[in-house]
Design a protein around this ligand. Structure first.
Ligand code: UGA
Length: 438
């Protein structure tokens, strides 16, 4: 099957490469010539484990190609995926659909024969109707079916998530489109990945409801963590104790510095806007957004408290900058408000992240970037674990102790055991657990 993928961001590139790996012939289109040039030369615009190999293999097999020319790719395709960005519009939190509509006009002008236009970009309820209207406006004669097919990939585990999905949601009531989408996902379906057909608006809402629910789960456990600290309980054990109940489930119950990334913050805001437009208050989501923003802003205070308030002139070593491991994505990362607040209080900030330092450099200034975790800790007054990269999980604690001027660790991801920290004589402050003192 011939597929055109419009947009080679994280979603477009991963989806395009995975569909090519299933045997479809995929052309990825992007307006940015530098990006396409890079991809043609085998350079990935993002860091995602396994992606470079997957792309190289499918380019070699001639199933995957890259171009800036939208029209020929669309003309030849039976299915055209829209995977352009829908960032938060400045000021009102609404999803900015200008890239989507821009691409739709171009697609409409280029389609030939029956074509399924699939919105993979995260778009508010009703966008599919508007896409359809636009296509009819530009090309009243076009034989097109507009489908919603949200993505549920996690950065850092995107290929695995694509190949082993919990479900594939397809929003269409058109039989021809159902058949085409069944064909696109046949390899996954054969693999037991359930294909859930819904009405288009329902499918659009499923995406936002899923992300808002997961963001709520994370925020819930974060607040319980705050309570654990005051009440002398352990949030990891609470999470385990509730998560073993199948109705609750154990995933997304890791307390931390608050959610970030390119999805939860943007999608929760966009869902609130949708609620407002329909006159339906979404008070839980509203609270989640407020609580999470306040949480990220408060994380630096934990570092300052671990140094008994004496932060000015101190050197803080941050381990991890990305919003989560296995990505270089810095969007809405909790590390950003932490760095800004610490610098504001007169601390010197150093950092090491296995992948995100180049990205961080674009957002943060005055940070001393180091080449390894130990280099970062050497001579620092406090270590702060911000992102739970695997390589931070088994640091040589005696070496860490000898490198720091004083044995103080603030762990915002709970990746160490309290008894180990106590045994090695650290002052160790984590999330939702009792602190240890040497
Ligand atoms: C999220 C969803 O998990 C995907 O299903 C969805 O497709 C994607 O958004 C999207 O809309 O594109 P992602 O943003 O890559 O994926 O990252 P997650 O793994 O969901 O983590 C989001 C944030 O929550 C991170 O800041 C992470 O550190 C935090 N988190 C997650 C916790 O603090 N605790 C947890 O238990 C889980």
């Amino acid at each position: 099957m011939r597929v055109a993928m419009i947009g080679t961001g994280y979603v477009g590139l991963v989806t395009g490469a995975c569909l090519a790996d299933f045997g479809h012939v995929v052309t990825c289109v992007d307006k940015d010539p530098a990006k396409i040039e890079g991809l043609l030369a085998g350079r990935m615009p993002i860091y995602e484990p396994g992606l470079e190999d997957l792309v190289a293999r499918n380019v070699r097999e001639k199933r995957l190609s890259f171009t800036t020319e939208l029209a020929p790719a669309v003309r030849d395709a039976a299915v055209v995926f829209l995977a352009v960005g829908t960032p938060s519009r400045r000021g009102d939190g609404h999803a900015d659909l200008s890239y989507v509509y821009g691409a739709v006009r171009e697609i409409a002008a280029a389609v030939e024969g029956f074509t399924v236009v699939v919105t993979k970009s995260t778009v508010p309820v009703g966008t599919g109707d508007e896409v359809e209207r636009l296509i009819r406006e530009v090309r009243p004669d076009a034989d097109v079916s507009v489908v919603s097919n949200p993505e549920f990939l996690r950065e850092g585990a995107a290929i695995e998530d694509f190949k082993r999905p919990d479900r594939i949601v397809v929003g269409t009531e058109d039989e021809r489109a159902k058949e085409a989408m069944g064909e696109v996902y046949r390899p996954l379906h054969l693999n037991q990945g359930p294909l859930l057909f819904t009405a288009r608006r329902t499918s659009e809402l499923i995406k936002y409801a899923a992300n808002a629910f997961l963001a709520t789960k994370v925020t819930f456990i974060n607040e319980i963590a705050d309570l654990c600290e005051k009440a002398g309980a352990n949030v990891q054990e609470v999470a385990r104790g509730i998560g073993l109940d199948n109705r609750i489930g154990s995933k997304f119950l890791h307390a931390g510095p608050g959610f970030g990334g390119s999805c939860f913050p943007k999608d929760t805001l966009a869902l609130l806007r949708t609620g407002q437009e329909h006159g339906v208050p979404l008070r839980i989501v509203e609270a989640v957004v407020g609580v999470n923003d306040a949480r990220k802003a408060a994380m630096a205070r934990r570092v300052i408290a671990a140094l008994d308030g004496n932060i000015a002139g101190k050197t803080v070593a941050l381990l991890g900058l990305a919003f989560k491991p296995n990505t270089d994505d810095m969007r809405d990362s909790p590390s950003i408000p932490i760095v800004l607040a610490l610098q504001d209080k007169g601390a010197r900030v150093r950092a090491y992240d296995p992948q995100a330092m180049e990205e961080a450099h674009k957002t943060l200034s005055g940070v001393d970037y180091r080449s390894s975790a130990y280099d970062c800790l050497d001579g620092a007054d406090v270590a702060v674990i911000v992102t739970e990269w695997d390589e931070f999980r088994a640091l040589d604690l005696e070496r860490v102790k000898s490198l720091l001027t004083q044995p103080v660790i603030v762990d915002l991801r709970n990746i160490y055991r309290l008894d180990d920290m106590k045994r090695h004589g650290f002052r160790y402050e984590s999330i939702g657990r009792e602190g240890t003192t040497p």
